[in-house]
Write a protein that binds this ligand. Structure first.
Ligand code: GLU
Length: 306
């Protein structure tokens, strides 16, 4: 199957200036229940989209089946309701779209841009930059990892909060994996393909993903997709100086406390106060007052969160 297959969904927005057709999203991975850090991302991506009269979508990034935490997809969906978030389209699940990603790998294969790799983690050892060992081995694609060939060029983007960020993928990372040996489609591929197919123009997400952005820009360029605008938010940290995450035992959002938590998320983003009310009305006020200039231009928020 190829990406030009007419049965594939087409991007919602085409042409025009990004600002005129803003489409943003919240794309959680269901590796645990949502925590306060996820709420900050949801609130910021929602307010930024709606403040631009844009659309806001939700996508569940669940290709990494072994890492799915039981019940977390339901928690995410219940949280969307409890916090009054109303996406502009039906929520999509990446695990239902695996044939689309396989089609894109096929397309890249025809273009000679990917190759099969038999290197195991053990073989690579502590070397974090892949040296291209399998590039010219012409291995069959079945039951092997699939890597994307990268070039020796610098990729840069300008982030309104984090400034200019650049990487030479060849020197910093080497050819990277799009599909794992166990058949799991890598996040880097799925995110780029879906951001394009859903017509995304803007990505607002946590600063922990800053270092992924050049890879995603590079892959998007190879596929001929339009460039997105990226904004990376400062992260909420716990009292150990770690970012909130399931691994670090971040508390699941208490959905019965939605108005109070919304207020706290807006305060963490240095936005003006909103009156305690229904989540829907609070979000409306937050959108009307939204000002990204107030968000700290750092990768970590000050203070500690649970
Ligand atoms: N699914 C990713 C996560 O939960 C976010 C992906 C993105 O926003 O690009 O960390």
């Amino acid at each position: 199957m190829s990406i030009s297959n007419p049965s594939l969904p087409l991007p919602l927005t085409k042409g025009g200036k990004a600002e005129e057709n803003y489409v943003g999203r919240f794309a959680p991975s269901p590796t645990g229940p949502l925590h306060f850090g996820s709420l900050i991302t949801a609130v910021a991506s929602y307010c930024d989209a709606r403040a631009h009269q844009g659309k806001w979508l939700v996508r569940i990034e669940d290709t990494d089946i072994p890492r799915i935490y039981p019940g977390s997809e339901e928690h995410i969906l219940r949280a969307m309701d409890a916090f009054g978030f109303d996406p502009n389209a039906e929520i999509i699940f990446q695990k239902d779209r695996l044939d689309i990603y396989e089609g894109v790998i096929e397309q890249l294969r025809h273009q000679g841009l990917v190759y099969a790799c038999q290197c195991t983690r053990k073989m690579l050892g502590s070397n974090h930059i892949y040296q291209g060992t399998c590039r010219d081995l012409n291995l069959p694609f079945e039951h092997q990892a699939i890597r994307l060939k990268v070039e020796d060029i610098e990729i840069c983007f300008d982030d309104p909060l984090q400034g200019r960020h650049c990487s030479n993928l060849k020197q910093d990372l080497g050819d990277f994996v799009l599909k794992r040996r166990d058949g799991i489609i890598n996040y880097q591929l799925a995110v780029v393909v879906d951001d394009y197919l859903q017509g995304m123009t803007h990505v607002v997400r946590g600063a922990d993903l800053l270092d992924n952005t050049e890879r995603q820009i590079y892959l998007g360029q190879l596929l001929g997709y339009p460039r997105l605008q990226y904004m990376h938010l400062p992260l909420a940290m716990n009292d150990q100086g770690q970012k909130l995450s399931k691994q670090n035992l971040a508390q699941a959002l208490d959905l019965t406390q939605a108005p109070q938590l919304l207020q706290q998320a807006l305060t963490a983003l240095h936005q003006p106060d909103v009156e305690l009310d229904t989540p829907e009305r609070m979000l409306k006020q937050a959108v009307a007052q939204w000002n990204i200039k107030q968000i700290p231009h750092t990768t970590e928020l000050q203070g500690h969160y649970l």
